[in-house]
Design a protein around this ligand. Sequence first.
Ligand code: PLP
Length: 475
Amino acid sequence: LDPVTFSNESKAVIDFIADYYENVEKYPVQSTVEPGYLSAMLPESAPYCPEPLQDILEDVSNCIIPGLTHWQSPNFFAYFHANASTAGFFGEMLCSGFNVVGFNWISSPAATELESIVLDWMGKMLKLPSSFLFSGTGGGVLHGSTCEAAVCVLAAARDKALKELGGWENITKLVVYASDQTHFTFQKAAKLVGIPPSNFRLIETSFSTGFSLSPENLRFVIEDDIRSGLVPLFLCATIGTTPSGAVDPIAELGKVAMEFKLWLHIDAAYAGSGCICPELRHYLDGVELANSISMNPHKWFLTNMDCCCLWIKEPKLLVDSLSTDPEILRNNASKSKAVVDYKDWQIALSRRFRALKLWVVIRRHGLANLMYHIRSDIAMAKRFEALVGEDERFEIVVPRKFALVCFRLKPKVEEEDLNCKLVEAINSSGRAFMSHAVLSGIYVIRCAIGTTLTQQHHVDALWKLIQDKAQSLLM
Ligand code: PLP
């Protein structure tokens, strides 16, 4: 890490990345390589001697870039996007540059304190009740992913319940509730904390409720479980589901959760970012009834991977579940209980200084530009939705709430896989990349608008591409 070499070589890497962004539209959006392509291009074993950076960058160009699906391409409309920004990149550089490991306060006080401050900033932007903020009675932490956050809150909920029930032998009684639209990561998390897979209830949703979880159906399933001697533990409600962007009715679900003493977690991984806009904030109404809430700034908040905010009303429950007290880490600050030791709020010991990145993103954009980013994506999605609506061969399958449009070619009995073929035709053209979902047995095409570089003309070109490919398929 000689500072002169560091400075010179970093400039070369930054120029390389700038060039990548300059040309990102020229690559096929979805990689076209075949499985195993890379081992045919790279040596079988690691080099013994150091290699020049220039050679490595050449190999990145020739071997790595062809195997990338270009998530930062403005023509990427699949899954949910992974936002990036210059500010997010700077934040990552600073994080990497300092490379501190803030597992407890003393190991890097700024890392811990900035994280607590930024979580309160974000919480205030979302108008979360003070019961979730450090300036109130709760607190927040940055994780790498929603899955990690889910494991941690499920562990806290599990341990609280097992304490009340009298011991670990009761774990087989605990039940977790979610809808059939809830992200699969919660099933994985429940399994990881020892909830028997047969005790994970996926409550069916339908077109009639716009794929949101019905409080009546939830109550019905809970009552049935109680009659069978089981113990309701945890409910995950989602704001902006992955398949269709549906929103679960938080206030009503919250009442059911309170009645049956369920831990209510809100997964706002995608749409949580949108809730900084006053016109979308109502989707969070009822959040005061939740025990915890998480969202991913790395999806729609101009924050480079990885970054997941988790707020919790009773951080003590997280700490009770996850804390460790090895001699090697003992120190007076921790003993004083006047500081946060984030190792006790997550799975791993080591942790990145992610707060620096989120802090730089918020400061460089300001709330005004962050809201502009969300609103312009929603405006493009509205326009795309209108274009689909004007073409009688197509239909919108579920009403749009955010910047995700679910649509399809109207089905004809003899062409069941028409929409699947359409997605394949679009993706294999290399000019755009889209993904799909299946809602109540119906294959829908998802157009997720939100990549940082996407502009109106990209969306218009996408629609033209879809129409052309549809025309060829229908001939
Ligand atoms: N929840 C929702 C609604 C999502 O859309 C996603 C990913 O797209 C996740 C959770 C999983 O997030 P992570 O990859 O951070 O675990």
